[in-house]
Design a protein. Structure first.
Length: 287
């Protein structure tokens, strides 16, 4: 009899805890998900967000992207919303380990195309309509073609386009580069055939398209690319499903250099210099 009472009590206890666990399951909140796309067919824009060609004496190519990273994402209600006054949905870590304040590259999230970069609860974003998206881009890694002694090769380029970047070390392709210092916007390293060379694009040479520069400028060197939602982006606060925004970035002839031989091929061995590595436009697309 005592055994039956004990077993009955044990079963009731198990049922109680089972029910309690089920009741405690978290409700899946709808998320705002941010992904990136690299589009070599998207319009090639200049700093003011208008279509531009390649300057005389230069040449360019559309890189084959591997990965990228961003440091800051903001949704802006209007074209007059000042940088920082919109809804900031992401900001990466910074550090003064290299002296001046800089992006902490070792803590940066690096993603491939269509990989989720950010996922936050939709209810953490203020309800309203947003016309513009801003992204501070910091790191790009891609493959480019180049010419050496009359033969075409492919190499991998890692470029840092953030306002300032504290880097301990990083992989270009198969080779690791040790820095342990700050590097300003435009620092790059190029790997091919097991060898790595490093360089620095001229100050202010990196293109940062901003179609609303006249009403909402961004600081020089910030690499805050701005793009317009085609029909605006509205959050009601009553969403029940995930919302995905794909940040489509123009890679249309985004790698640019000065030509020594006017053949449209990058030939660093004869002194052709990298002058621009910035994305050439942003289109935020609500899926």
């Amino acid at each position: 009899m005592k055994m039956r009472s004990f077993l009955l009590a044990l079963m009731c206890c198990s049922l109680f805890w089972s029910c309690k666990d089920d009741d405690a399951q978290p409700v899946n909140e709808p998320q705002l998900i941010i992904k990136f796309k690299f589009d070599p067919t998207q319009e090639r824009l200049g700093n003011l967000g208008t279509p531009v060609g390649i300057p005389e004496g230069n040449a360019a190519q559309s890189p084959n992207f591997n990965v990228m990273s961003a440091h800051y994402i903001e949704l802006a209600p209007t074209a007059t919303t000042a940088l920082g006054d919109g809804q900031i949905i992401y900001k990466g870590l910074e550090t003064t380990a290299g002296g001046a304040n800089a992006v902490d590259f070792q803590q940066a999230k690096i993603v491939t195309e269509n990989e989720t970069f950010l996922s936050i609860p939709l209810n953490s974003v203020q309800a309203g309509t947003y016309e513009w998206a801003r992204i501070s881009l910091t790191y790009q890694n891609y493959n480019i073609g180049f010419l050496f002694n009359g033969t075409d090769y492919t190499g991998t380029l890692a470029s840092f386009v953030g306002f300032n970047n504290y880097i301990t070390n990083y992989d270009v392709d198969t080779q690791n580069v040790i820095v342990n210092d700050n590097k300003l916007q435009g620092y790059w390293a190029f790997e091919t055939l097991g060898n790595v060379s490093e360089g620095q694009a001229p100050d202010g040479a990196t293109t940062v398209p901003n179609p609303i520069a006249n009403t909402s400028p961004v600081p020089p060197g910030s690499c805050v690319v701005t793009g317009e939602f085609e029909n605006g982006f509205t959050i009601t606060g009553e969403e029940t499903q995930n919302v995905v925004i794909t940040m489509s970035l123009s890679t249309n002839n985004s790698f640019e250099w000065t030509e020594v031989t006017a053949d449209g091929k990058f030939e660093p061995s004869i002194g052709e210099q990298v002058v621009d590595m910035g994305f050439r436009g942003l289109k935020p697309i609500v899926e």
